[in-house]
Design a binder for this molecule. Structure first.
Ligand code: ZN
Length: 512
């Protein structure tokens, strides 16, 4: 083939869910030079592509768009000791896993992650004493499954300079023993602080993490992904640029940036888009960080520079504060035009959802948390915590007229969109519990949250998110139609192949 020849592939005998505005179904499609050239129905005459592929009844959807993920952390998590509730059920078991890892790697840091204190038999966080007993004298960091807490061994605390006199960064907490006043090893909202003091991962490590994350994401059908890191700077853009150009990172990347990085005037690169400016609202010791006035000012600066803002808001109070701050800065129409977003809006009763709609804000929700943490939420609800009907309340938001997209937040939640879609439809936790079932949405609504809604959230709806002529041929091929299986099985539907720009980047097409 010469460089001027067009590259045409005709996929037929398929079940095509276009997710276009009319939700049209089709039986095939023609891909030309990486884009959808034609959506085909039975009986349409096709003048023959260069390649004809019989999909044997498989289902084709627009490639999944994950608008809030942490790919490098996902890759790093895949390389660390899994202490998630699916794997361990007690502090003692965490100790055993760490002891084994210490025996395998005689020096250097030991990284473990994923514990959830409410789902451990002891119903408490592990602490430095537990880690020291498991692997005496070793540098150990165990990160909480939420991504908002850490436990350090005594050696790790001294290496990082944590003692009773350490100045705690804004928003962070160093837990201290009520009797001795000494740090227990348990820290909250100190991830960035710890990262700044750890040896930076080597270039080779970062490339390894990116490759592992890329494989996992495209294997799950993800064709576009947003790195939603709150500390992202120009370095991150350069890293993704390099990784994407030479094919080590396959999904099309968008990178959110910190407000500081935005002010340095960075620009899109050929393969990497700059996404929203990311701000996180956290609560520590009852104090909100940043303070409300500072939040409003940061939003105002970005808003007047015509930049989209994404605010991490989990607790009800954070969701209310973020909504008020946006409403002070911009009108409903202006906020909608810039597509300002709330990331998570985890706790969201109907009246708050209506305020979000009135302020012209959009929400990126994480149904995968219902699957992975639903059992924790049920336990918390029984002891007076948030009502599960208000958590990741997709139905409240959709009913209020809010644009809602879904994302993984991996490695905090599961990377697989199908697992999240299953949870959005069933509202069942992996342990079987029913988690606020009134918030269940339809299969069609859940698919759209990973398709056109996510594309819109990233200002990319002209390029991706549906299967329509002219759009990029970013596709996921599933063995079964999610509309046709038991909803409890959606997460287990095999992903046969993932195509980006018409090229198969994972799996194989049937009949090929
Ligand atoms: Zn996140």
């Amino acid at each position: 083939m010469t460089s001027t020849a067009t590259d045409r592939t005709f996929l037929y005998n398929a079940n095509v869910l276009t997710l276009d505005p009319g939700d049209a179904l089709a039986t095939g499609l023609l891909i030309e030079d990486g884009r959808v050239a034609q959506v085909v129905h039975d009986g349409d005459v096709i003048s023959g592509g260069d390649r004809m592929i019989d999909l044997e009844g498989a289902t084709i959807l627009p490639g999944f768009i994950d608008p809030h993920c942490h790919p490098l952390a996902l890759g790093a998590a895949m390389a660390s000791i899994d202490c998630s509730p699916a794997t361990v059920s007690s502090v003692a078991e965490i100790g055993e896993r760490i002891a084994r890892a210490a025996a395998d790697t005689p020096s250097g840091w030991i990284r473990a992650r994923g514990h959830d204190e409410l789902l451990l038999a002891e119903k408490r966080h592990p602490n430095a004493v537990d880690l020291d007993v498991a692997a005496p004298g070793r540098l150990i960091r165990l990160s909480h499954g939420s991504g908002h807490g850490d436990v350090l061994s005594s050696a790790a605390m001294s290496a990082l300079g944590i003692n009773r006199t350490t100045v705690v960064p804004p928003g962070g907490t160093i837990e201290c023993d009520s009797v001795t006043g000494e740090p227990t090893g348990v820290l909250f909202e100190m991830g960035g602080w710890i990262r700044d003091r750890l040896p930076k991962p080597s270039e080779i490590d970062l490339q390894r993490y990116a490759k592992a994350a890329s494989d996992q994401l495209v294997g799950a059908g993800v064709t576009s992904v947003t790195d939603a890191g709150r500390d992202n700077s120009a370095d991150k853009l350069a890293l993704y640029s390099g990784l994407t150009t030479d094919g080590r990172f396959m999904p099309r990347p968008t990178v959110m940036l910190s407000p500081e990085a935005c002010r340095t005037g960075v620009e899109n690169t050929r393969c990497v888009r700059i996404g929203a400016t990311k701000i996180a609202i956290t609560f520590s010791g009852g104090e909100m960080h940043p303070e409300f006035d500072a939040l409003v000012e940061t939003i105002r600066t970005e808003h007047h520079a015509n930049r989209q803002v994404a605010i991490h808001a989990v607790e009800l109070e954070a969701v209310i504060m973020a909504t008020e701050a946006f409403a002070i800065v911009g009108s409903r129409i202006e906020n909608l035009a810039l597509r300002h977003r709330l990331e998570h809006a985890s706790e969201c009763p109907p009246e708050v959802a209506r305020n979000i709609a009135d302020a012209g804000l959009s929400v990126v929700t994480q149904p995968g948390f219902i699957h992975e943490r639903g059992d924790r939420y049920l336990i918390a609800q029984r002891s007076g915590g948030s009502k599960t009907e208000d958590l990741y309340a997709a139905k409240n938001l959709i009913d209020a007229g809010v644009h809602v997209a879904a994302s993984s937040d991996a490695p905090v939640g599961p990377a697989s969109p199908l697992i999240a879609i299953q949870a959005a439809v069933t509202r069942n936790a992996s342990g079987g519990g029913s988690v606020g079932p009134s918030q269940a949405i339809s299969v069609g609504q859940a698919l759209r949250m990973y398709g056109p809604n996510a594309a819109w959230m990233n200002h990319l709806e002209a390029e991706i998110g549906t299967i329509e002529p002219g759009k990029r041929a970013d596709l996921v091929v599933l063995q079964n139609n999610p509309h046709g299986v038991d909803p409890q099985q959606i997460g287990s539907i095999p992903v046969l192949a993932t195509l980006i720009g018409g090229k198969t980047v994972s799996g194989t097409l049937p009949g090929n």
